[in-house]
Design a protein around this ligand. Structure first.
Ligand SMILES: Cc1cc2nc3c(=O)[nH]c(=O)nc-3n(C[C@H](O)[C@H](O)[C@H](O)COP(=O)(O)O)c2cc1C
Length: 227
């Protein structure tokens, strides 16, 4: 059975995931960290055109949604999580912050069919999973009281490039709402694992979306959050 990209459906098994038949990864590496304010988006800027300083983040005043100041932070290696993140931000008039490894993952880096690829080596050797970020703390971090944290599922857990975002920021006083995308795995313990890495903040139950989740699905989840 194939999905919309013509990729043969994979089966995921405990601790690793196996390929049933050949597939190609349509990965795209991302550039420097980007922070976009809802105000600049509304004014016609997209994420590639957001006002950025040398660290790749903006100095814009945080956008306000109702009584909350909301940030949607996300890591996305191949664009699926980014699409969900941008929809959440659009729904809530929130700002976005793209978590970006200092050394972004290339298509070949993400090729889990290659035993020597970067992700496979990092998966096999946890000491290699210490991934510095181009920017760790979003501008105006202290001003946000609600922070969404989005990530792809890698090997049944959160993708490790998001680790430093969780461990190196102080989430005290913030409501944290995790979400993830995956091909077929559930969110499992990934959000709880990330909350443990963070150690601060009021982490809510997470939400998993499929790779090609529809806007309606995202909208329904967001509207049920009562923000
Ligand atoms: C290294 C790697 C490991 C993955 N592991 C899993 C997995 O265990 N379970 C799963 O359902 N999908 C897995 N996937 C698929 C991704 O979770 C899925 O494509 C996700 O939507 C990618 O998000 P992104 O496009 O924002 O990077 C994996 C993908 C990669 C690149």
């Amino acid at each position: 059975m194939s999905d919309q990209r013509g990729i043969t459906r994979r089966t995921f098994i405990t601790g690793a995931f196996a390929l049933i038949a050949g597939m190609g990864l349509a990965a795209c590496a991302s550039g420097g960290a980007t922070q976009t304010s809802a105000a600049s988006s509304a004014a016609g800027s997209d994420s590639s055109q957001s006002q950025s300083n040398d660290s790749g983040s903006t100095s814009a005043t945080p956008s306000t949604s109702g009584s909350h100041r909301i940030l949607v932070a996300y890591y996305s290696a191949q664009g699926h999580t980014q699409r969900v993140a941008e929809r959440i931000a659009q729904d809530l008039g929130a700002d976005t912050f793209q978590i970006t490894p200092a050394q972004p993952y290339s298509d070949e880096d993400l090729n889990f069919n290659n035993d020597q690829s970067r992700v496979v080596r990092e998966y096999q050797d946890t000491s290699l999973r210490d991934i510095p970020l181009s920017t760790t703390t979003p501008d105006n971090w202290a001003d946000y009281d609600v922070v969404f944290v989005g990530y792809p599922i890698w090997w049944m857990d959160y993708a490790w490039p998001v680790t430093h975002f969780a461990s190196d920021n102080d989430f005290s006083g913030k409501t944290v709402i995790p979400f993830c995308t995956s091909m077929s795995s559930s969110i499992g313990s990934s959000a709880k694992n990330l909350a443990a890495v963070a150690g601060t903040g009021d982490w809510q139950d997470g939400q998993r979306f499929g790779e090609n989740a529809g806007d309606d699905e995202v909208d329904n989840w967001v509207s049920g959050l009562g923000l």
